[in-house]
Design a protein around this ligand. Structure first.
Ligand code: ADP
Ligand code: MG
Length: 242
């Protein structure tokens, strides 16, 4: 289980996360919505151990991200796909995917490559293993990014606006993969502007506003009339997204 408890994060005089609480159970898909600057990426970076907390705690299974002796273990349990394709440009798709399994999980090259090829096959890129990022479309690169995260067999897949830099056709390619992962029971924390897609795949929706979690609701309830009535800010956000 992933537990975010009363997490605070400040940058200088700016409080970016202000007492955030969130629990994600194995197999759940939780989407994080909120306007630009509300703290979504910072929350993801706190969960994967890229940012230090200024308060509260984050538990990843039995590990605590704020305890330095647990950090490496906690990090191993999360896999992150970012908005910008941060693949290594001088490495092929296959090399990008096998790097961490070989270095961190101490997989043999043969085993890592076999697993990477199976992952590439599952996202429709079986024939692109030897291609460099520059030879791939944005959608293909992002699918390689998803394979790279999955190759570490994370318990929690964190996705930070993975389609925002893509055109609609490539967005659809990537969302199809994510829908499949959700159906297969992958636990996901999904930051997105794709509201309709979030509605289709999420068990729960949380809404961040200026570093505070305004609501945390089952998907159906989030899109029900009460949410908009009780939280005009959310109604306004949703009306702009559609
Ligand atoms: P979102 O992903 O919801 O758009 P972010 O988490 O990226 O929001 O940012 C939240 C706020 O924190 C913004 O005001 C942003 O400018 C600020 N911020 C994010 N990262 C840093 C940083 N490393 N240093 C200073 N301010 C930051
Ligand atoms: Mg962001």
């Amino acid at each position: 289980m992933l537990t975010v408890e009363n997490v605070r994060k400040v940058f200088g005089s700016l409080t970016v996360l202000d007492g955030v609480n969130l629990t994600v159970k194995p197999g759940e898909v939780v989407s994080i919505l909120g306007s630009s600057g509300s703290g979504k990426s910072t929350l993801i970076r706190c969960i994967n151990g890229l940012e230090r907390l200024d308060g509260g705690r984050i538990g990843i299974d039995e590990f605590d991200i704020s305890r330095s002796r647990d950090l490496a273990e906690a990090r191993k349990r999360t896999g992150t796909v970012f908005q910008l394709f941060n693949l290594y440009p001088h490495m092929t798709a296959l090399q990008n995917i096998t790097l961490a399994p070989i270095e961190v999980l101490k997989r043999s090259k043969e085993q890592a490559e076999a697993e990477a090829r199976a992952l590439l096959d599952s996202v429709g890129l079986a024939n692109w293993a030897g291609s460099y990022p520059a030879q791939l479309s944005g959608g293909q690169r992002q699918r390689v990014g998803i394979c790279r995260a999955l190759a570490m067999q994370p318990r929690y897949l964190l996705l930070d606006e993975v389609t925002s830099a893509l055109d609609p056709e490539m967005t659809a390619e990537v969302l199809t993969i994510l829908a499949k992962l959700a159906r297969e029971g992958t636990t996901m924390v999904f930051v997105t502007h794709e509201v309709e897609f979030a509605r289709r795949i999420s068990d729960r929706i949380v809404f961040l506003e200026q570093g505070k979690l305004l609501v945390d609701l089952p998907t159906q309830a989030f899109f029900g009339p009460e949410t908009g009535r009780d939280h005009p800010r959310i109604a306004q956000f949703l009306s702009k997204m559609r």
